[in-house]
Design a protein around this ligand. Structure first.
Ligand SMILES: C[S@@+](CC[C@H](N)C(=O)[O-])C[C@H]1O[C@@H](n2cnc3c(N)ncnc32)[C@H](O)[C@@H]1O
Length: 294
């Protein structure tokens, strides 16, 4: 029985690898075969630690999105049922933002662009993975105000002009970047691309790392392969992303997160919490708000 399950799993892996090779993604096949060797190869090619991390993320997301952009989202239906608008627009009166331009960071296949579009003049999207952006173009093609899309390198938003937006938001993306220096650079970029405006960035919260570990144990096998780091860590060596190596904000690091973001020039930086939309080892979803004033 065990042998036949093993054989079926190997067959399915071989089938997926063949599909990816046929779709021109040998990088993903190599990465999945050995994330460690993938990183060593990048180091030998002269990539710095932050570039290696972003290359891993890009390879992961482009490979997965080539297979299925919906599967990149994970718990898709739970996220669709969750009232993200209430939290993202908490500090933005809905009748006062219809003339504003918004950017969805880590937009994936455009799920939240579709939902946030009715509130803004237009919502654009940026994502590290080109196949996600291709899926997002299709998913949002019925919107009256067609979004602009950008593919970034995972570390900056260099193709986006300064002061282009009045609102930047993100759902289930920033928690997947456990490298403090990269996250700080992205927050710095959010500040640059805002004219006068605000950010609403969702991440994950646990009272403490210890508490998340206890919950992880309580779940048994279900979330066994997850590791996570804390706000100030630079986990460049993370082998995977999209939930496998998240960053959590804890009671200890909420003040540090707020002061880091305020130091970039944001005013009125504050956080709010909600229940998570689905089963998880983390206590809450946390939302980080801040304003840029001219
Ligand atoms: C779980 S999906 C969420 C997609 C979308 N925000 C949603 O709520 O449906 C995470 C997304 O973040 C993107 N992402 C992760 N790290 C990124 C980075 N460093 N720069 C840009 N996009 C990133 C991924 O490509 C992926 O589309």
């Amino acid at each position: 029985m065990l042998d036949s399950r093993h054989a079926a799993s190997n067959l399915s892996k071989a089938f997926t690898a063949t599909r990816l090779l046929l779709k021109g993604r040998p990088d993903y096949v190599i990465y999945k075969a050995s994330p460690r060797l993938f990183q060593i190869a990048l180091a030998m090619l002269g990539y710095a630690a932050d570039e290696r991390y972003s290359r891993m993320q890009k390879t992961f997301y482009e490979g997965l999105a080539t297979l299925s952009p919906e599967s990149v989202v994970g718990f898709f239906d739970a996220h669709e049922e969750f009232p993200y608008e209430d939290f993202l627009l908490r500090n933005a009166p809905r009748d006062g933002i219809t003339t504003k331009l918004a950017l969805d960071f880590g937009c994936g296949m455009g799920r939240m662009i579709k939902r946030m579009s009715p509130y803004f003049q237009r919502v654009d999207g940026v994502d590290i993975a080109k196949p996600n952006i291709e899926a997002a173009k299709k998913y949002t093609d019925s919107l009256p105000r067609r979004p602009l899309f950008y593919v970034n390198n995972g570390r900056d938003l260099s193709d986006i002009p300064s002061a282009a937006y009045q609102f930047v938001y993100s759902t289930i993306a920033m928690q997947h970047i456990p490298v403090h220096s990269i996250r700080m650079n992205l927050f710095r970029e959010f500040h640059r691309i805002l004219g006068e405006g605000q950010i609403a960035i969702q991440m994950v919260y646990s009272a403490s790392s210890e508490r998340a570990r206890i919950r992880q144990k309580d779940f048994g096998d279900r979330f066994r392969n997850i590791t996570f780091s804390e706000w100030e860590d630079d986990f460049y060596e993370a082998k995977s992303t999209n939930g496998a190596n998240d960053v959590i904000i804890t009671d200890r690091t909420v003040p540090k997160a707020i002061s880091d973001i305020a130091r970039l020039g944001f005013r009125d930086v504050e956080v709010a919490f909600s229940e998570p939309p689905h089963e998880t080892i983390y206590d809450k979803w946390i939302y980080i708000y801040g304003r840029k004033r001219s």
